[in-house]
Design a binder for this molecule. Structure first.
Ligand code: GDP
Length: 207
């Protein structure tokens, strides 16, 4: 089955709120601690190796990156957080921009919080959930699941579900093995109101 996310294309980047694309249509954003596996998860979801630059240097992605799926739907890659070496001024800048974006953006329908399953939900992840949990659909993506055995995975999944609002959801994921990919696709499609197929507009045979 073909996934609509394969069509994702880089659209634009923003350092400040006035650089965001028009607040129209629908979008879902991906957040997470630096090095959690966010870029790798987006690349796997879109089946494109280099859509998001994955980097082993934590803290490098310092822009909000927008990817269009079609005219009305977008994926958004938010700057990673929790990297100690980021200068205080820049961290404060991003705190302001991110809370502005997350609280004011009308087209934003959901937030996927990418978490390294071996670490579980941390303090910064929980702060983010507290900020948006009452107005956005929050999904915790426990990635790098290939690093744990099934029993330990299920335990972290259960613990995570207990820490998020009842309206939230969580799943295990591995970009390496593809575990949980279909579930992630379906969840993102649901948030964006997309079918798993995007039908191209039928051309009028008369014209
Ligand atoms: P980001 O900073 O959150 O965007 O993290 P990256 O996507 O750059 O990933 C950080 C590191 O984790 C990289 O070395 C990735 O190869 C690795 N990684 C990401 N996802 C997985 C996964 O599902 N399994 C394993 N084993 N490693 C992963």
């Amino acid at each position: 089955m073909s996934s609509p996310f394969r069509q994702a294309q880089y659209l634009s980047s923003a350092f400040k709120l006035d650089q965001l694309p028009a607040d129209e249509g629908l979008e879902i954003a991906f957040a997470g601690r630096s090095n959690a596996g966010k870029s790798t998860a987006i690349n796997r979801l879109t089946q494109q190796k280099n859509l998001c630059k994955t980097s082993k240097t934590p803290g490098r992605t310092q822009l909000i990156n927008f990817f269009s799926i079609d005219q009305d739907h977008r994926l958004v890659d938010l700057p990673g957080y929790g990297f100690a070496k980021v200068p205080l001024k820049l961290r404060q800048h991003w705190d302001g921009v991110l809370s502005g974006y997350l609280l004011q953006r009308s087209s934003l329908t959901g937030l996927v919080i990418v978490v390294d399953i071996r670490r579980g939900l941390g303090e910064l992840d929980r702060q983010l959930i507290d900020l948006v949990g009452h107005h956005l659909a929050v999904h915790v993506l426990l990635t790098k699941a290939d690093k744990l055995k099934s029993g330990a995975r299920q335990k972290t999944l259960k613990q995570s579900l207990q820490m998020i609002p009842a309206s939230g959801s969580a799943s295990c994921f591995s970009a390496l093995s593809g575990l949980g990919l279909e579930e992630l696709e379906q969840h993102c499609c649901g948030l964006l109101g997309l079918g798993t197929h995007i039908k191209k507009p039928r051309l009028n045979s008369q014209g």
